[in-house]
Design a binder for this molecule. Structure first.
Ligand SMILES: O=C(O)c1cc(=O)[nH]c(=O)n1[C@@H]1O[C@H](COP(=O)(O)O)[C@@H](O)[C@H]1O
Length: 247
């Protein structure tokens, strides 16, 4: 089987090391129609079994949410390929790497995802690459030795990602319009740093945008975390993000 799983337009970041908290969020937001994103915090605390516990909780509540396993692999190609093979049994709909790892690393991740999915008889995870983290602005990037605008670095890394055959990129919604123009309609543009107008705080995000504006700019999928998980009723907040998109 070489197909890919459909992914709903909003993925909620379940950033916690508390498994019962992650399970409760997963049940609430998947019932609302959102996908789940599990990342380094949950994975480092509980590993693959922890991921299964969270997706199983949503499944037991009657949902079959797509999983974005956000581990942002960044290492030599052989190591990243092995990591992608190692997480394949979790059947993620999306996995990600850092585009700064280079073309050979990205191709190795994609090949490993395809081989593992074929071996397991399941859909291939989409492999996408983080361009420039949404917590970085031009000055932060300059301090790492990358001079010029963050948007220019995003465009370079996004072009390299698509040339390497990957399914799309993670970027700020601020770069979505220019990347759509650069890359055409097909690549996924997954945008974290989304803050609904009703959300209280940007937190550590610097390049933010509302859900409707991100979608209008060309984002295919939005990642939203604390505005939903920090709300008194995360299920209602997830529905509100979906409503904002539809409006
Ligand atoms: O790959 C990601 O998902 C990601 C990339 C990026 O550039 N910025 C970013 O915030 N993220 C993730 O998106 C989520 C954003 O969460 P909130 O800031 O709480 O909405 C977190 O889980 C981050 O790890």
């Amino acid at each position: 089987m070489s197909s890919v799983r459909p992914v709903p337009p909003v993925l909620v970041a379940l950033d916690t090391a508390d498994l019962s908290q992650a399970q409760a969020w997963a049940r609430a937001v998947s019932a609302a129609g959102c996908g789940l994103k599990l990342g380094l915090e949950a994975f480092c605390a509980h590993g693959p079994d922890g991921v299964r516990t969270v997706t199983d909780a949503a499944a037991a509540a009657g949902a079959d949410p797509a999983l974005f396993l956000d581990l942002k692999f960044h290492d030599i190609p052989n190591t990243v390929a092995g990591a992608v093979r190692a997480v394949a049994p979790l059947a993620p709909a999306i996995v990600n790497v850092h585009a700064a790892g280079g073309a050979a690393m990205m191709r190795a991740a994609l090949d490993a995802a395809g081989d593992a999915a074929h071996r397991l008889g399941q859909p291939r995870p989409r492999v996408i690459a983080v361009t420039v983290l949404t917590s970085l602005d031009d000055a932060d990037l300059a301090a790492t030795g990358v001079t010029g605008a963050a948007a220019d670095q995003v465009r370079r890394l996004a072009a390299l990602t698509v040339e390497s055959g990957l399914d799309g990129v993670v970027c700020s919604a601020h770069e979505a319009a220019v990347l759509r123009a650069d890359l055409g309609p097909d690549p996924l543009l997954v945008t974290p740093g989304v803050r609904p107008a009703w959300a209280a705080a940007a937190g550590d995000q610097k390049r933010i945008m509302t859900p409707a504006d991100a979608r209008a700019a060309g984002a295919s999928h939005l990642v939203v975390g604390r505005p939903v998980t920090g709300a008194p009723d995360p299920g209602a907040a997830a529905r509100r993000v979906l409503d904002d998109l539809a409006a």
